[in-house]
Design a protein around this ligand. Structure first.
Ligand code: NAD
Length: 501
C-alpha cells in the first residue's frame, strides 16, 4: 500500500483494508475459545471497524502454553545472537515496508491524525526494533574481579514468558518499547493490546512470523483488562508482566503478582507533568509553541503531557496569550485528513471523562481562556477543543488528577523556589521541563525535579538511546535504551573454583 497523504485516497484505502481481527496464538490467527467478539469502534466517526476476538482465561492459557513450549525448545531463546539480530532486523524492515498500512490502522483505531501516525508512531516503532536488534551482539556479560584460583561469571539469561499489557494512546509504539528489548534477550511474549486499539498489534504478529521469528514467540490476545489482562497478571507460568497504563491498573498488577507466582512487574504509568516557564525564558514564542504541543499533541492523550504549565507571575498573561494562539492552530479535525493536527479522543467514555474534568475546572474556580467544548458532533466521532484554564491552584482537581485529554492548567508562581516546589507537589514523577537562560538555574532545577525525564528549554526531547520512565507513582523500571534490557533477563552468578594448578 502506498501512502499518498491525500484525504480521498486515504479514505478509500481505509475502506479497502483487510483488518486482522482474530487472536494470534502459536503462529496462527484463531477465534477466542468462547467464540465471543467485541466491537472495535473508530473514534473518528463512531463506526464499527470490525469485530475482534474477545480473549479470556482459556485463550491466555493457550498463548502462555505456546510461549512456554517454544521457549523450552530454544529456537529463539537459545538462538545465536547474530541469528536473532538478523531476524529482528528483517522484522524492522517488514514493519517499515508496511508502514502506510500500519499508520492507517493506528489512525482509524485510536483517532490520532494520520500525519502524526505516519511521521512518528510507525517510524519510531520500526526504528526501535532495529535499535534493539543492533544491540543484541554488542552486549557483553561480565567476569568478576576474583582471585587467581576462581572465576566469577555474571551472565544474563532470558526470563522466559513475558506478558506485555499496553494502553491505547500509542498502541504500537508502547508495544515495541517492550517487544524490542524482550525479544532481543530471547524471551517469548504474550502481548495484550488495549481493547480500544488492538489492530496494529494483530497485524504486527503475522509480520513477526513472516520475518522469521519462530511461531509461539509472539502471541497477541486482544480482550478486556479485567478478563484477559487479569488472567495474564495471575498466571502461574508468566515470568514477568511489563505494563504501560494507568496507575490504578498498575497497582492491580502488583497485587496479581503477590497473589500468584511473584512474577516481575514493570510499570510505566501516568503523569501530571509540570512545564516551568521562568521570567528569563530564552524564547517565549518557542516555549509557547512547545507548551501547546506538549498538551495538545495526540489530543493530550500522552503520559508525558505537559498538563501543568507553571509560569512566573511577571510573564504569565503575555505567555498565556501566546499559548492560546499556538493552540488555536491545533483544532481537531478528521484523523484521515492530512491537514489535521489534532484528531479524535479514543472513545466516548474517555471524551466524557475529559468533558467532566473541564466542568470541574470551571466549578472549582478556573478561568477558561479557550476551548472547553465537544466539537464535530455531527461526524459521530469524539472531538474536544484544545482547552486552556487560567487561575488554577495546584490543589484543584484538574491540577492533581491525570485528565489524558487536551486540557491545560496554568498555575502562576512568584519565583523559582515556588515553581520547583509546585512542580514536585504531585504523586507522579514522569516528565518535567524548565525554560530559562540561566545555566545555573537550569541545572539546579533539573537536579531538584523528582522526575524521570527532565527537559531544558524544550519539551519532549529524547530518543531511543535515553531511558524513559518515572519516579514515584509514574512507575518502576525504564523503557528505551540499553537499561530496558535488564528488565527482561535474569542475572546469574556462576562461581568456578579452579583449585591449585
Ligand atoms: P489502563 O490502565 O486503563 O489500561 C492499560 C491496559 O491495562 C489495557 O490493555 C487494559 O485492557 C489493561 N487493563 C485494564 N484494566 C485491567 C485489569 N483490571 N486487570 C488487568 N489489566 C487491565 O490505561 P489506558 O486508559 O489504556 O491508558 C492510559 C494510561 O496509560 C494513562 O494513565 C497514561 O499516563 C498511561 N501511559 C503511560 C505511559 C508511560 O510510559 N509512563 C505511556 C503511555 C500511557
Amino acid at each position: 500500500m502506498t501512502n499518498p497523504m491525500n484525504f480521498e485516497q486515504l479514505t478509500a484505502q481505509a475502506a479497502a483494508l483487510d483488518i486482522r481481527n482474530k487472536a494470534f496464538i502459536n503462529g496462527a490467527y484463531v477465534d477466542a475459545a468462547s467464540g465471543k467478539t467485541f466491537d472495535c469502534i473508530s473514534p473518528r466517526d463512531g463506526s464499527v471497524l470490525t469485530k475482534v476476538a474477545e480473549c479470556d482465561v482459556e485463550d491466555v492459557n493457550r498463548a502462555v502454553a505456546s510461549a512456554r513450549a517454544v521457549f523450552e525448545k530454544g529456537s529463539w531463546s537459545e538462538a545465536a545472537p547474530a541469528k536473532r539480530k538478523a531476524i529482528m532486523l528483517h522484522f524492522a524492515d517488514l514493519l517499515e515496508k508496511n508502514a502506510a498500512e500500519l499508520a492507517l490502522l493506528e489512525s482509524l483505531d485510536m483517532g490520532k491524525p494520520i500525519t502524526l501516525a505516519a511521521r512518528d508512531d510507525i517510524p519510531l516503532s520500526y526504528k526501535c526494533i532495529r535499535w534493539y536488534a543492533e544491540a543484541i551482539d554488542k552486549i557483553y556479560d561480565e567476569i568478576s574481579p576474583s582471585g587467581t584460583n576462581e572465576i566469577g561469571m555474571i551472565t544474563r539469561e532470558p526470563l522466559g514468558v513475558v506478558a506485555a499489557v499496553v494502553p491505547w494512546n500509542f498502541p504500537l509504539m508502547m508495544a515495541v518499547w517492550k517487544l524490542g528489548p524482550a525479544l532481543a534477550m530471547g524471551n517469548s511474549i504474550i502481548l495484550k493490546p488495549a481493547e480500544q486499539s488492538p489492530l496494529t498489534a494483530l497485524r504486527v504478529a503475522e509480520i513477526a512470523v513472516e520475518a522469521g521469528i519462530p511461531e509461539g514467540v509472539l502471541n497477541v490476545v486482544p480482550g478486556f483488562g479485567p478478563t484477559a489482562g487479569k488472567a495474564l497478571g495471575l498466571h502461574e507460568d508468566v515470568d514477568c508482566v511489563t505494563f504501560t497504563g494507568s496507575g490504578e491498573v498498575g497497582k492491580l498488577f502488583l497485587q496479581y503478582s503477590g497473589q500468584s507466582n511473584m512474577k516481575r512487574v514493570w510499570l510505566e504509568c501516568g503523569g501530571k507533568s509540570p512545564n516551568i516557564v521562568l521570567a528569563d525564558c530564552p524564547d517565549m514564542d518557542a516555549a509557547a509553541a512547545a507548551a501547546a504541543g506538549g498538551i495538545f499533541y495526540n489530543q493530550g492523550e500522552v503520559c508525558t503531557a505537559g498538563s501543568r504549565l507553571i509560569v512566573e507571575e511577571s510573564i504569565k498573561d503575555e505567555f498565556i496569550e501566546k499559548v492560546v494562539a499556538a493552540g488555536a492552530k491545533m483544532q481537531p479535525g478528521d484523523p484521515l485528513d492530512p491537514k489535521s493536527q489534532m484528531g479524535a479522543i479514543v472513545d466516548e467514555s474517555q471524551m466524557n471523562r475529559v468533558l467532566g474534568y473541564i466542568e470541574k475546572g470551571s466549578s472549582e474556580g478556573g478561568v477558561l481562556r479557550t476551548g472547553g467544548k465537544r466539537v464535530r458532533t455531527e461526524s459521530g466521532g469524539y472531538y474536544v477543543e484544545p482547552t486552556v484554564f487560567d487561575g488554577i491552584k495546584n490543589d484543584m482537581t484538574i491540577a492533581k488528577e491525570e485528565i489524558f485529554g487536551p486540557v491545560l492548567s496554568v498555575i502562576s508562581v512568584k519565583d523559582w523556589k515556588e515553581a520547583v516546589q509546585t512542580a514536585n507537589d504531585t504523586p507522579y514523577g514522569l516528565a518535567a521541563a524548565v525554560w530559562t537562560r540561566d545555566i545555573n538555574k537550569a541545572h539546579m532545577t533539573a537536579k531538584k525535579l523528582r522526575s524521570g525525564l527532565v527537559w531544558v528549554n524544550c519539551w519532549d526531547g529524547g530518543s531511543i538511546t535515553m531511558p524513559f520512565g518515572g519516579y514515584k507513582q509514574s512507575g518502576t523500571g525504564r523503557d528505551r535504551s540499553l537499561h530496558a534490557l535488564d528488565k527482561y533477563c535474569e542475572i546469574k552468578s556462576t562461581w568456578i573454583a579452579l583449585g591449585d594448578a
